[in-house]
Ligand binder design. Sequence first.
Ligand SMILES: Nc1nc2c(ncn2[C@@H]2O[C@H](COP(=O)(O)OP(=O)(O)OP(=O)(O)O)[C@@H](O)[C@H]2O)c(=O)[nH]1
Ligand SMILES: [Mg+2]
Ligand SMILES: [Zn+2]
Length: 228
Amino acid sequence: MSRERVIQIERDILGKNNGIAAHNRALFLANDLLVFNLLSSPGAGKTTLLVRAASELKRTRPVGVIEGDQQTSHDAERIRAAGVPAIQVNTGKGCHLDAAMIGDAYRRLPPLTGGILFIENVGNLICPAAFDLGEACKIVLLSITEGEDKPLKYPDMFAASSLMVINKIDLAPLLEFDFGKTIEYARRVNPNIEVLLVSARTGEGLGALYAWIDRRAWHQRRAVEDIR
Ligand SMILES: Nc1nc2c(ncn2[C@@H]2O[C@H](COP(=O)(O)OP(=O)(O)OP(=O)(O)O)[C@@H](O)[C@H]2O)c(=O)[nH]1
Ligand SMILES: [Mg+2]
Ligand SMILES: [Zn+2]
């Protein structure tokens, strides 16, 4: 296949996805729903973080989760065990979630008006960056066992994200992880990226994450009021 043909097919796929994502986004705003698309390599701690965050945040607003994995419903079961509604999407041979999958899964969740929807994308630092799902923003999770250089090796993911959450800081005494260097690399790719340090295991740093989420909720509500 020629290079031009490959580029054309990519454009068609992304163009179709973007149309559905715009539809999702309008629906989310109409339902006063704040939506985050959570991205990371496999095992960085997305589900561990979501179990804690969803349990905490659901005390003050509705919270739901859409879980993306190639196979199994393990992650949705972990979320449901915390008393939070979750829909599992299996992508089979696919390696990312797309906007149509999110539209379908959203319809199967209970009403979340005024609340938060977390989408846990397939563990993959590459193509989920290219697919808009209709989210308010992307959050990239980087665990300190992965090494400092990931923002430079997988720049699209960090360029597309509004927030980088550095996870597993409880392991810092065992590793020689350079936080300053990692943040510098991420900001080289995306000068505006915000950064938080957490341990999803111990809960350290999660207060700052909840405050960050509350600020986003406040900004979205103001933007919606301005439109209305
Ligand atoms: N020490 C430590 N371990 C963690 C932390 N967060 C997650 N883990 C562990 O890391 C492993 C993977 O965590 P998950 O939450 O399943 O990671 P994930 O990103 O959801 O993984 P996939 O959905 O497979 O991509 C598990 O063994 C967790 O217990 C943390 O903050 N500290
Ligand atoms: Mg997971
Ligand atoms: Zn993919």
